[in-house]
Design a protein around this ligand. Structure first.
Ligand code: SAH
Length: 389
């Protein structure tokens, strides 16, 4: 007999589930008697059993579906889910020692993120449901991967929507101050406790490699972080300017450039908006430019301003580019999809008085799978463009 608490949803909610979307909003919940973070049995109109979900008593997203079966979830269930995500990455034969092992909804474990950095795992539990299971996840993941330690980087602000505190701590085993990983031929030292995100922008790994294939001449990498694009592209370039507004990031670019013996990488602290304008006025020119800013549109209300920001930096970058030069330009705002982004870059090209061809339209790496029907799981666009000669 199932023992999970029961939550009932409306016909509209049920229709959404049938289309494969795992989220049920508060307005579609008709009856709920469950504790924060419980795994609940979901029932549609006429007592139809719909499966199991995480329940939140705080978020507008009240339910996150985990299973469409009417069975309680035991440890065997979770082990199989995690094992499947881990096994998929093994099949990808990733040329790196850091990658995403579990991508939340994209791996059918909603609101759980697990990144692997060599023999250490970094987890984020972004809802009450995964928060409650954190000790179980840590134990199973350690068992399945042989990791020496598990760190929770539970400092994203979105946890506030679930009433969860921000916290960074070792959950299991030991986690060194710094971990050494490689991405293709490039080595990175990562401070997992203090770096942005979980340490590196793992979602760009395949785009770093793709961009390296077009690297040439002078390169400007305007939002460089730890040098993800700059260092991957360095072998093909004569000189590299890597910019970041964060002092800590710039120090890390320098350290990584030294570690990888790339003396032609010059890192400096700058606000890219100001610096792109300054370089343009000063008549600087580049054969290759990379733009990978943080998400400008964090919500729908910020969309218009975000699009203006994307247009501004892309316009400057196109002006800085020599004819025939390559622009690698990215957005990681979920609210700006690839079609919208290409249109903004086109507007920038019109204003810059140049024509641009699209060479590649890329997205996040394959270890960040997109679940069809769930647009929230696809958030990254990377366009590789050529300025007409
Ligand atoms: N390209 C990197 C990831 C970049 S993340 C990689 O592939 O690894 C975005 C970076 O932009 C962050 O490091 C952040 O510090 C930086 N940033 C944010 N606002 C900025 C600004 N106005 N000018 C320059 N850098 C900025």
């Amino acid at each position: 007999m199932p023992v999970s608490p029961v939550v009932s949803i409306s016909a509209k909610g049920e229709a959404r589930l049938r289309r494969g979307h795992p989220w049920i909003y508060r307005s579609d919940v008709t009856d709920a008697d469950a504790e924060a973070g419980a795994v609940v049995r979901v029932i549609g109109p006429n007592q139809r059993p719909l499966g199991r979900a995480f329940f939140s008593d705080r978020s507008q997203i009240t339910l996150r579906m985990v299973s469409r079966e009417d069975d309680d979830l035991d440890e065997r269930f979770w082990r199989a889910r995690l094992e499947s995500a881990i096994a998929f990455r093994e099949r990808l034969a990733i040329d790196a020692s850091a990658w995403r092992l579990v991508h939340g909804e994209g791996d059918l474990v909603p609101s759980l993120i697990v990144d692997r950095y060599a023999d250490v795992l970094v987890v984020q539990t972004l809802s009450q449901g995964t928060e409650r299971l954190l000790p179980t996840f840590a134990r199973l993941l350690t068992d399945l991967t042989g990791a020496r330690g598990v760190l929770e980087r539970n400092d994203p602000r979105v946890r506030g929507l679930e009433g969860l505190e921000q916290r960074v701590s070792v959950v299991l085993g030991e986690v060194p101050e710094r971990v050494l990983v490689h991405e293709g031929p490039v080595e990175y030292e990562v401070d997992l406790r203090h770096a942005q995100k979980t340490g590196l922008f793992l979602d760009q790994r395949e785009n770093h490699a793709a961009a390296a294939g077009y690297a040439r001449g002078r390169l400007l990498d305007a939002f460089s972080y730890h040098g993800g694009f700059a260092l991957a592209m360095a072998a093909g370039c004569s000189r590299i300017d890597a910019l970041d507004v964060s002092e800590a990031a710039v120090a890390q670019i320098r350290a990584n450039a030294g570690r990888n013996r790339l003396p032609h990488v010059e890192a400096r602290e700058a606000n890219a908006f100001d610096e792109l304008r300054r370089l343009d006025k000063a008549g600087a020119r580049y054969e290759t430019v990379v733009l990978d800013p943080p998400a400008f549109a964090k919500n729908k209300a910020a969309l218009e301003k975000a699009l203006a920001g994307y247009k501004e930096i892309n316009l400057r970058a196109l002006r800085l580019l020599e004819p025939g030069g390559m622009l690698v330009t990215c957005t990681c705002s979920y609210h700006v999809d690839d079609v919208m982004f290409a249109a903004v870059v086109h507007e920038a090209a019109v204003d810059a008085g140049c024509q641009v061809t699209e060479v590649e339209r890329r997205t996040q790496g394959r270890d960040h799978p997109v679940l069809l029907g769930v647009p929230e799981t696809r958030y990254l666009t990377c366009l590789i463009l050529r300025k007409a000669a």
